[in-house]
Design a protein. Structure first.
Length: 283
């Protein structure tokens, strides 16, 4: 595995691979890798000739007062895990490389950014779309791999790729969970052992919603109320949002029917965690 830090070097490698008609898979990450990230890398290695993984904590997607400075980082461990997974190239740029002096362009994807995390973190997805488009232009992958835990992010990237006619296949892979049901996340590193137990309420609430829907409950108010009651049994827990939306357009569902995404964001102390499930509801 080769570690590359400059855009020019990465682009030159890509040109060489393209001349050899290699299929390039790309896994964009912010590092502090866990089994969720590695599932994406394994899938890329399986489906592509060459796998590129990026490790970059993107400042544009962090709002004022968020955890950019404290975001967990462990490049040495990330390098070891990437090698073990069969990654061919690890792209690790600096802030100056990605956003040199005078950088002033941003990418905005509308409509699908208005709900869920887009509503509670203004500007977040503008930062995500900007960095992902830059990475796509640098690496020029045939396929890019994202996790379903960040469901809104994956939908936004798919929309951007479609709107801008980019020849990239976007793949959103299933959430990888701990045995307890807690969704894998780099931010889980912030949690104390008691807080990890409190965080189980996220998936428990989603499972409760799925159970109610399968039993025939169609009232959004009742379903969300049941989820809130379950989550708020835990101390020092604050709900950012709970929403039931269309699984593709991310518009608020008036009637629970068809492809549905049930998503939530919850603060465990100061740690913000997200989770979701997808359902196909027949009526």
């Amino acid at each position: 595995m080769k570690i590359i830090r400059s855009i020019a070097s990465m682009q030159n490698r890509v040109k060489e691979m393209r001349k050899k008609a290699k299929r390039i898979g790309f896994v964009p990450t912010m590092g502090y890798l866990h089994p969720g990230h590695m599932s994406l890398a394994h899938q890329s290695v399986k489906e592509c000739d060459i796998t590129v993984m990026s490790i970059y904590v993107n400042p544009l997607q962090f709002g004022s007062g968020e955890d950019y400075e404290k975001y967990p980082r462990d490049l040495k461990k990330d390098i070891t895990l990437s090698k073990k997974a069969g990654v061919d190239y690890l792209f690790v740029p600096s802030d100056y490389v990605m956003y040199p002096e005078g950088f002033s362009s941003k990418v905005s994807v509308t409509n699908v950014t208005q709900t869920l995390c887009g509503a509670s973190r203004p500007g977040h997805f503008e930062g995500v779309a900007t960095v992902v488009l830059k990475l796509f232009n640098i690496i020029m992958p045939d396929a890019a791999y994202f996790g379903q835990k960040d469901a809104q992010q994956a939908i936004i990237i798919k929309k951007m790729v479609k709107d801008l006619n980019m020849p990239i296949e976007i793949k959103a892979l299933p959430i990888v969970r701990e045995e307890s049901g807690l969704a894998m996340s780099s931010r889980n590193a912030y949690l104390s052992e008691p807080q990890k137990l409190q965080a189980l309420s996220l998936y428990q609430a989603l499972s409760k919603a799925r159970q109610l829907i399968r039993q025939g409950e169609c009232s959004k108010v009742k379903i969300i109320s049941a989820m809130k009651r379950l989550i708020l049994r835990e101390k020092s827990v604050k709900i950012d949002y709970i929403a039931i939306v269309d699984a593709e357009k991310l518009s608020i569902k008036k009637i629970i029917k068809g492809k549905v995404l049930i998503a939530l964001a919850v603060f465990i102390g100061k740690v913000r965690l997200i989770d979701n499930i997808k359902l196909k509801v027949k009526k």
